[in-house]
Design a protein around this ligand. Structure first.
Ligand code: 8YV
Length: 308
């Protein structure tokens, strides 16, 4: 049987389906990963999961395919994979709704201070007086940085909430009804809310610069559903502390799971542990797509969702 290496935790249905057809080794659950790689590295022909560095690939001389369990494949050294003709697949579409739903959820949580309201009651403070008034999403402008599959879904949901949508991306999309800005700064200047939902690449690294955050301004709200590396995190923290930026709803951070200490005490911030796609339904669908890609590859059929 073909040997497969799991490099990131997968749901049980995915592991079970892999075991039906492959010999499966779980690096993500191994007590001694180095030992496992020494023992089976030369056998491995496929990977389920991400986090595939050049040094890991070096230990897998027969590797043919990396089936990433997510839509972003920035944790894979793509150049090394390409040079060795190793195929890469990802899991688009199946997680679109879950991520879009959380983006909107975090926006409502931040604008209406939902986590703070919950704490207010638990701390017994309601007995001493009212919570206060906050701001609603209706009528505000949402700037979307990255109008891909998830960005478009966020746009639809925001429209249903009576927000105006504008966007920035590599290109204007003439079939989209929303106004386009050709720079992130201009998008931020036009927006009350700015949601980051583009792929994390060298090109988008720190795309949300201090200048962009200044354009968003003291009443502006930043929402990051993509990658922490896309935001100048130090500038963001400093500007949230000094109220030069209105607030932030963050599902991702620069060095996860580390979150800047300064954010923990701020009321104008909602924090979430990188859980955009983390629903039972979506992770099962992600797992199914990983399995479908690996099965297609080893049966000599076209890949279901190739990226390389
Ligand atoms: C993944 C994600 O869980 O799909 C993505 O790009 O960010 C997450 O859904 C993460 O990449 C780990 O696999």
């Amino acid at each position: 049987m073909t040997h497969i290496l799991i490099t990131q935790p997968q749901v049980k249905s995915c592991i079970d389906a892999l075991k039906e057809q492959f010999t499966v080794h779980n690096l993500a659950a191994a007590a001694n990963p180095e030992l496992l790689l020494r023992e089976v590295g030369t056998e491995i022909r496929g990977i389920a999961g991400g986090k595939v560095s050049a040094s890991l690939m070096e230990k897998l001389p027969r590797l043919e395919i990396i089936a990433v369990s997510g839509v972003g494949y920035d944790s894979v050294d793509v150049a090394t994979a390409r040079a060795r003709n190793i195929r890469i697949t990802n899991t688009p579409d199946v997680l679109t709704d879950a991520v879009a739903e959380l983006a909107i959820g975090m926006m409502i949580a931040l604008s209406r201070r939902i986590p703070q309201g919950d704490r207010f009651i638990r701390d017994g403070k309601w007995l001493d007086g009212a919570f206060g008034n906050w701001s609603e999403l209706k009528g505000k402008t949402l700037g979307i940085v990255g109008l891909g599959r998830i960005g478009k879904e966020i746009a639809k949901l925001a429209t249903a909430l009576k927000m105006q949508v504008v966007y920035h991306g590599r290109n204007r999309q003439p079939d989209q009804p929303y106004p386009y800005y050709d720079s992130v700064v201009a998008t931020a200047r036009a927006s009350d809310w700015l949601v980051v939902i583009a792929p994390g690449t060298a090109e988008t690294n720190r795309i949300i610069s201090r200048e962009v955050l200044e354009a968003l301004g003291p009443n502006g709200m930043l929402v990051n559903m993509a990658r922490g590396t896309m935001v100048d995190q130090d500038a963001m923290v400093e500007m949230l502390l000094s109220k030069q930026l209105g607030g932030a709803a963050l599902d991702v951070f620069e060095k996860e799971p580390a979150v800047p200490e300064a954010l923990l005490g701020l009321d104008n911030v909602v924090l979430s542990p990188h859980q955009g796609s983390r629903t039972d339904e979506t992770r099962a669908a992600v797992g199914d797509l990983v399995v479908a890609n690996l099965k297609a590859h080893f049966a000599g059929r076209p890949l279901v969702s190739p990226v390389v």
